[in-house]
Write a new protein. Structure first.
Ligand code: SPV
Ligand code: MG
Length: 290
């Protein structure tokens, strides 16, 4: 079964899948062990990993390299954050071929102009494409995929750009008409009212995806109650969790003048060996090193 089919089946069977952001194969392994249904190959997280702002500075090649490395270590379906699709509809066609070959189950393409600016920044420059131009990009993606189960998810940034619910609904419907399998509706409001209102007003033919980064109070029970959200992406939690853990440990080492305390509160090296599958290395050594 393809990973795309696995993802579709997960949504059909459970009603809602939980997709965790990863910025490395190690973070993807940890997400899989924790029990998530899929991996979000996040542009924000990869940008942050390089110490860069999430504004189209990371190239498609860099993102694909990370995604391939994740695919090699994880059995979970990968939802690729391809931002604006790296250009116009022709760039989207190239991207879809490359991401599908790399083992991606789904892509999310957003209706901002290239180069984009990250969605959650206060006063970010948020310019949206004309609706028909973005429909062309969705049509290009849909007609390029090989596997009919490969999901093309259209993300509208209408609420992020402050254009209001009517515009967001109009765009969502237009993108579904262009062939999108799902609509990702993003919001940077600190509470969930905007997303809940959009979800209640959405009468489109395809289900919704949300990214509760700005409004963490919207947990699974409330999401399920809305009835038309099939995918939740935890969009920047991996990088924030790891930054916090490293900040705490690094500061303590300086403050304590050594690692004599901190070593108790970090994973032992044996845990890293386990994640690196050192047991298998030992087996292979015995078998093949003659
Ligand atoms: C990402 O994780 O790259 C996203 C989600 O696109 S957000 O950063 O909240 O826009
Ligand atoms: Mg992104």
């Amino acid at each position: 079964m393809s990973k795309a089919k696995q993802l579709r089946n997960g949504m059909a069977e459970c009603g809602l899948v939980h997709i965790m952001a990863a910025h490395s194969p190690l973070s993807a392994i940890l997400a899989e062990e924790a029990g998530f249904d899929g991996i979000w190959a996040s542009g924000f997280e990869l940008s942050a990993l390089y110490g860069l702002a999430d504004m189209s500075l990371i190239t498609m090649t860099q993102h694909l390299d990370m995604l391939r490395a994740i695919a090699a270590q994880s059995s979970l379906p990968i939802v690729a954050d391809i931002d604006t699709g790296y250009g116009n509809a022709l760039n989207v066609m190239h991207a879809i071929r490359e991401y599908e070959k790399a083992g991606t189950a789904a892509v999310v393409i957003e209706d901002k102009s290239f180069p984009k600016v990250t969605s959650l920044a206060a006063d970010g420059r948020q310019e949206l494409l004309r609706i028909s131009e973005f429909q062309g990009k969705i049509e290009a993606a849909v007609s390029t995929r090989n596997d009919p189960d490969f999901l093309v998810i259209a993300r509208t940034e209408a609420l992020i750009a402050g254009l209001g619910e009517e515009e967001a609904l109009t765009r969502g419907l237009a993108y579904a008409e262009a062939g999108a399998d799902m609509i990702l509706i993003h919001s940077k409001k600190k509470d969930a009212a905007e997303i809940e209102s959009f979800s209640r007003a959405w009468k489109g033919p395809v289900p919704l995806v949300i990214v509760p980064n700005a409004y963490p109070e919207l947990e699974t029970t409330r999401i399920r109650a809305l009835g038309n959200i099939r995918m939740t992406i935890y969009g920047n939690y991996g990088i924030r969790a790891s930054a916090k853990a490293m900040q705490d440990a690094f500061r303590r080492i300086i403050a304590d003048g050594g690692v004599q305390n901190v070593y108790r509160d970090i994973v032992p090296v044996e845990e890293i060996f386990r994640l690196q599958k050192m047991d298998q290395v030992k087996v292979d050594e015995k078998r093949f090193l003659k």
